[in-house]
Design a protein around this ligand. Structure first.
Ligand code: SAM
Length: 280
């Protein structure tokens, strides 16, 4: 099979010795923002594809897996999530999932790069359908700056839907950032952060756990789920808090008023199961 980059997009990663390719129809857009390089492609079988600094971010076909699992486990673990903060999430898919929860009164989204959102509105309009919900607030600045200035005990859930811990996303994986998250969350508040691949990035996961503990989060739980366009195709979200993160409002999930394409109570329980190799 020939892989020429006229007809294929490939993300090849030296550190992990892995690569992922999607067959292309065309390249739709490319720009260098003050923060990162954004490319948009039209693919043969995965719809539109957004790439930031050479890393796959979101595709039309499989983003539901990620956006549902970044949102619903955290919100159904929290007893009564009313004020939610999303750090990153510029494609707005996570915001859309958060606003499906009727009890949420305010969802603030803080992405460093406004161009991600403007391009998502153009190429992924289905992810942006809740951007004008009266409960939604979109801000464009560095997430750590926002958290440094956040009020004590003002939030119920913080979702960190950021790029990898390199480049502008790196600060969002530091103990300082987690300390500000802990301070800005109410006592039973929950932090949910995309935590890379359980198979390829165990050192990142280990660092996250150590830094979250050092920042005052006594409990962590990692949920894994498929995400074909990300390295290894197996991804995760890690919850941190000071409550039992393995119990959730299962009855409320069964009675939820909105539809999901992946998430349900069984998926929630299954995603919490810890593989043997991850137990240490
Ligand atoms: N699902 C993707 C992943 O797991 O790689 C993330 C999707 S979303 C497009 C990632 C967003 O994080 C980008 O829009 C980027 O602009 C944003 N971002 C990176 N560093 C940031 C920072 N320090 N503060 C706020 N947003 C940041």
């Amino acid at each position: 099979m020939s892989f020429d980059n006229k007809h294929w997009f490939t993300e090849a990663i030296d550190e992990t010795g892995t690569a992922f390719s999607l067959k292309l129809k065309s390249k739709l857009h490319e720009e260098q923002t003050p923060y990162q390089k954004i490319e948009i492609f039209d693919t043969q079988t995965f719809g539109k594809l957004m790439v930031i600094d050479g890393c796959t971010m979101v595709s039309s076909r499989d983003n539901f897996l990620y956006h549902e699992m970044m949102t619903h486990p955290a919100l159904f673990t929290h007893p009564d999530p009313r004020r939610v903060l999303i750090i990153g999430g510029g494609d707005c898919g996570t915001l859309r999932e958060v606003l499906k929860h009727p009890e949420v009164e305010q969802a603030q989204q803080v992405d460093i790069d406004e161009r991600v959102t403007r391009l998502s509105e153009q190429y992924f309009p289905e992810l942006c359908e809740s951007n004008h919900d009266p409960r939604a607030e979109l801000h464009f600045t560095d997430g750590i700056k926002w958290l440094r200035e956040a009020e004590n005990e003002s939030l119920d859930v913080i979702i960190v839907d950021s790029t990898d811990p390199i480049g502008p996303g790196e600060v969002l994986f530091t103990e300082e950032f987690y300390r500000h998250c802990r301070r800005a969350l109410k006592t039973e508040g929950i932090l949910a952060q995309q935590s890379e691949s359980p198979l390829l990035h165990q050192s990142i996961l280990r660092n996250m756990y150590q830094r979250m503990q050092a920042a005052g989060f006594s409990h962590q739980a990692t949920l894994s789920f498929p995400q074909p366009i990300y390295p290894s195709g197996w991804w995760s979200a890690t919850l941190a808090g000071n409550i039992n993160l393995r119990d959730f409002r299962e009855q409320d999930v069964a009675q939820k008023t909105f539809s999901c394409r992946y998430y349900n109570a069984d998926i929630h329980k299954g995603a919490l199961a810890v593989p043997e190799f991850m137990k240490d």
